[in-house]
Design a protein around this ligand. Sequence first.
Ligand code: UD1
Ligand code: CA
Length: 470
Amino acid sequence: MNASVRAPSPAPSGPLQVVILAAGKGTRMRSRLPKVLQPLAGRPLLAHVLDTAHELRDARCVVVVGHGAQQVREAFAAQPGLRFCEQSPQLGTGHAVQQACPQIDDAGIVLVLYGDVPLVRAQTLQPLLDAAESGALAVLTARLPDPSGYGRIVRDPEGRLLRIVEHKDADARERTIDEVNSGILAAPAQALKRWVWQLRNHNAQQEYYLTDVVQLAQAEGLAVHGVLAPDAEELLGVNDRLQLAQIERQAQRRQAERLMREGVTLLDPQRIDVRGELRCGQDVRIDVGCVFEGRVELGDDVVVGPHCVLRDCSIGAGSRIEAFSHVDGARCAEGVRIGPYARLRPGSELAREVHVGNFTEVKNSTLGEGSKANHLSYVGDASVGARVNIGAGTITCNYDGAAKHRTVIEDDVFIGSDTQLVAPVRVGRGATLGAGTTLTLDAPAGKLTLSRARQLSIDGWQRPTKKSSN
Ligand code: UD1
Ligand code: CA
């Protein structure tokens, strides 16, 4: 091989440092919660921005906090490697980046993101990073039908980016420009640090505008790229609850599309809400109006009926969750049937082929293979064996007003309807409990146990009759 035709090896790219601006007050949210902690698809806005940063590559993130700084720090305290800096008072976006400077290394590049712009995709940001790697300043822009309020992108006749003018500083002609500044930019770290200290606040808002780095870069003869985002919707920011709701719909639509691409059938992709992480096997079918919270795993061929809520649970392959069921903190093996109108609470573990039917509640209990509690029962703090039949209206009385006690029901037990099991109590293997039993002592294996007053029929008894009033 001829060494002379080999392409030069690319310059080693320095570290990526991401500065996330999140100090603003978010006045229009009218909330006690700092804006970047408002939930989007079940997680704080800031978490989505951090996810995007980490998707790019091994990024080091610094979050500029101000309003509600303590709350924001606490909410993300568990995030390893995440750093914060405080901006007080808030004197503008350029001033915010100044506060982060002590935490920015000269080597590598800096990407500036906004904590309240959560939908921007990593692939949209990549061209900015490439430009910054090559020594340029790159600004992400968008075309908006209604550009009012945004900073406008001023280009020369050749299309080169000259400067960014804020709406409040723009003249009538500049206000007709429909290409706007997203606020997101990337630059070589050393240059950006140099520029932000040269910013002046001689403008309508007397703020230090980060956008003025464009002119500083021009003055140094550096290339400035205005990168037009293909989809302006990615750059929408959250300023009030209306925009939060719009962005929520978009985030939900994205998740729905991802699920369908992965092979999940959604009967209506507009009527599903995933507030956390939903993982699905193949040929899962999800009917309308379902809400998934936390981490939910559905195995192959699982069918979820309409209007179910599933939170932090896993459902084995081939299972069916029928309409209006609520599953929270439960683990279900393959082939279970839940609902309609069933409730599984935390600590419920269902083995294969278990059926939990309408108006049955299960809490902190295990049900062995093939067991059934099909109607109107409460199974709490119980260990239920395999092939047990729990009749309608059965209740484990697990609480004595002070402490919880366990009920043990061994394999192949048959429990007649309307039975109360006063815990702690044990039902031996193969036992049968007669309907209406109040079980206060252990029931021996293989026998019929019942507690029931003998049935009487009274001869000659007469039903009272009403006396006529006249
Ligand atoms: C900014 C841009 C504008 C752009 C718009 C896009 C400047 C000067 N203007 O304007 O060109 O079109 O975003 O939405 O940059 N922040 C701080 N500290 C501050 C001020 C702001 O951390 O002192 C944070 C905010 O929390 C927010 C972001 O920076 O996340 C943007 O601030 P905001 O006040 O909304 O900027 P705009 O005036 O809308
Ligand atoms: Ca804004």
